[in-house]
Design a protein around this ligand. Sequence first.
Ligand SMILES: Nc1nc2c(ncn2[C@@H]2O[C@H](COP(=O)(O)OP(=O)(O)OP(=O)(O)O)[C@@H](O)[C@H]2O)c(=O)[nH]1
Ligand SMILES: [Mg+2]
Length: 310
Amino acid sequence: MKRNRFEIIAMAGMIAGAASMVYLLVERLDSFNGHYSILITATISSLVAFYVSFIMRSLSKNPTPLRAFLIGQPRAGKTVYLSVLFDELQRHSSSSIDFQQYGTETVERVNSNLQTLNKGSWVPQTSLNTAFYYRARASVGSGIFRSKYTLEVGDYAGEHIEEFDSSSEMWLHKTDYFKYAIASDSLLFCIDGEDLVEKNIEKIEDSQTMLLAAFQMLLSEKTSHAGKKLNIPICLIVLKSDLFESDEQIDSLLEEYYYRLRELMKSKAQEFKEFYVSSVGKTIDGKPPSKIKPKHVVDPFIWLLKHSRL
Ligand SMILES: Nc1nc2c(ncn2[C@@H]2O[C@H](COP(=O)(O)OP(=O)(O)OP(=O)(O)O)[C@@H](O)[C@H]2O)c(=O)[nH]1
Ligand SMILES: [Mg+2]
């Protein structure tokens, strides 16, 4: 249950409890007649309600931090995705979810990356140990059921994924990347659609092995005992979906090549969903088109905000 819903129900319970206790107490004091006991109960309950609503208002002013972690091989398309996502998020408008970029760093980085893409170039590869954190404010729901979040997604170089692989040297040198992953409230596993459509078996196998290792490591770090499922939202995202003829083609290629990863995620995650995303739309001679046409980029984040337990 979301934090604010839980609070509202708990507060309502507290008020009802306080009102009945006060009533019982006042009733026991024979010195008051029936009218007075109702009056005293009403006064004390109103004071409790006033105090509780004051606490609730100050709590709802503080957004809940929600950290999402994007995991994928080098060149999978993560940086392009996050840049386009944070640009698109602010244009997303629905009755129940609103976003706004948060902080000048995010605004500047998103603008500069979008400019690069709109000029027909790709963004530079992310270097090792140079993480960037994209941030946005989000509000989900309406009225008293509204939850506010500060959403943060870290963008790290794909090479860091080897920190999850016990046979790699990087396993021994765990950096902030690893800690960030462990402390995240939702996980997005990215598949490079280019390798999948080209049926590049070697790269697909590498990617599946690394994503499996990362999932298993996070499962063991984030759950208390064997058999327990991950209780944070997990997405499997196929990036570069513009390279496929149809969603059905992605579906059948995933079934053929990513069967192990899919099955593990389905069985070990309480909330799991797959998304097929294109950050820029159909490319022209391998470059982004002059007017990028993102497809389904915000869907994973809408889904994970709705399924977050925070
Ligand atoms: N067709 C297509 N290609 C894309 C798309 N997004 C990215 N690419 C290609 O994928 C390459 C890598 O994209 P990046 O976003 O830099 O990849 P990354 O996962 O951040 O890579 P690292 O920084 O090395 O971890 C780009 O240079 C493009 O060639 C897309 O939406 N469609
Ligand atoms: Mg990158």
